[in-house]
Design a protein around this ligand. Structure first.
Ligand SMILES: NC(=O)c1ccc[n+]([C@@H]2O[C@H](COP(=O)([O-])OP(=O)(O)OC[C@H]3O[C@@H](n4cnc5c(N)ncnc54)[C@H](O)[C@@H]3O)[C@@H](O)[C@H]2O)c1
Length: 314
């Protein structure tokens, strides 16, 4: 049995660590938020008071934090992971961050004698709870291999993506594709409705036709069609609008870095930014369907219609 240090016990970190403790491992967990700490403790995590305490005696340390800035803060500084962990401890960042932050973590870890891998996940909160997350892992092959054993109790599939930052690059590209597909599902569902189609019948047609996608299968923004859709629950978040904005912006930043033109991603960014501007940052990202309808309503949404005009994409 292994000892894990774990920083970030939020929506993803809590269920992920619960699967580790269920498998018999020890998890020393730290989060700034008391409620997150309490929930993780209920899931079997040993709560500790700081990053320094969490990494003590750990075979591996995971970070599952909101953004790149949080990851840099938790790794660096006098109270951070690099200052307090043993260099024999494997360091794994599973947060969705920008490529530069991930490269920084690789470079700085190597400079200080640590092994580090980027290992972001796909599968959402339900995948975290069911231990079926897909992990995409980037780094030196020996470190990637070592990471796979620690990841196993939380994962349905672990894929070695290649060298440093390839895991996070795969995650950014994948999520960009997902959010472009979500726009298609939002527009297709609304147009089908206005053309008089029964929503269930149209969803079944798309499911066996070329309009099928993960977004259409899992997040279809019409209530009463699929159980996993936020449209059934007044768009309570399964994936928050502000996190969708973060992810698609990471893709656009990467596009700028590489000279790739990402016009569809720019459109998606505009839609999610509009949700944030309308005070709906914590609602589900599939609520972008309200900007498709002529009256700013969305099927299954009890809130008010459109408030803020669309900003320029970009
Ligand atoms: N929610 C999803 O469906 C999902 C799916 C795949 C990937 N992700 C990614 O996983 C990461 C975590 O997502 P989440 O949904 O768990 O977010 P979250 O906001 O629920 O959890 C993040 C936790 O980090 C804690 N935190 C922030 N700064 C800290 C610090 N300095 N020290 C200790 N704790 C700190 C916060 O208090 C919070 O509890 C994000 O990068 C997200 O993009 C999320």
């Amino acid at each position: 049995m292994a000892t894990y240090g774990w920083i970030g016990l939020g929506n993803m970190g809590a269920p992920m660590t619960a699967n580790l403790t269920a498998a018999g491992h020890t998890v020393r967990g730290f989060d700034l938020d008391a409620a997150a700490m309490a929930e993780a403790e209920a899931g079997g995590v040993t709560p500790v008071g700081s990053v320094a305490e969490a990494v003590q005696g750990a075979d591996v340390v995971f970070t599952m934090l909101p953004k790149g800035d949080h990851v840099r803060a938790v790794f660096g500084g006098d109270e951070g992971i690099w200052a307090h962990a043993d260099t024999g401890t494997l360091l794994i960042d599973s947060s969705t961050v920008d490529v530069e932050t991930s490269q920084f973590c690789h470079d700085e870890s190597a400079r200080r004698g640590f092994r580090f891998v980027d290992a972001p996940v796909s599968g959402g909160i339900s995948g975290a709870a069911a231990a079926t997350l897909a992990f995409m892992v980037g780094g030196e092959s020996e470190a990637v291999e070592a990471a796979a054993a620690f990841i196993e109790p939380m994962s349905g599939k672990t894929i070695a993506a290649g060298g440093a930052t390839t895991g996070i690059s795969a995650k950014i590209c994948n999520n960009m594709m997902l959010f472009i597909d979500l726009m298609a599902a939002a527009e297709g569902s609304q147009l089908a409705d206005r053309l008089g189609l029964d929503p269930k019948v149209f969803w079944e047609i798309a499911s066996v036709s070329s309009g099928r996608s993960w977004a259409q299968q899992t997040w279809y923004p019409v209530p009463g069609i699929i159980d996993s859709a936020a449209a059934n629950n007044n768009y309570d978040a399964t994936f928050r609008a502000d996190l969708a904005l973060k992810d698609v912006t990471l893709a656009l930043d990467a596009g700028e870095l590489t000279g790739v033109t990402l016009e569809a991603a720019q459109l998606a960014q505009g839609r999610f930014r509009r949700l944030v501007d309308d005070g709906l940052a914590d609602r589900d990202c599939s609520l972008i369907s309200k900007y498709v309808s002529p009256d700013g309503t969305a099927p299954g949404y009890e809130g008010v219609g459109t408030v803020t005009p669309m900003r320029d994409a970009g």
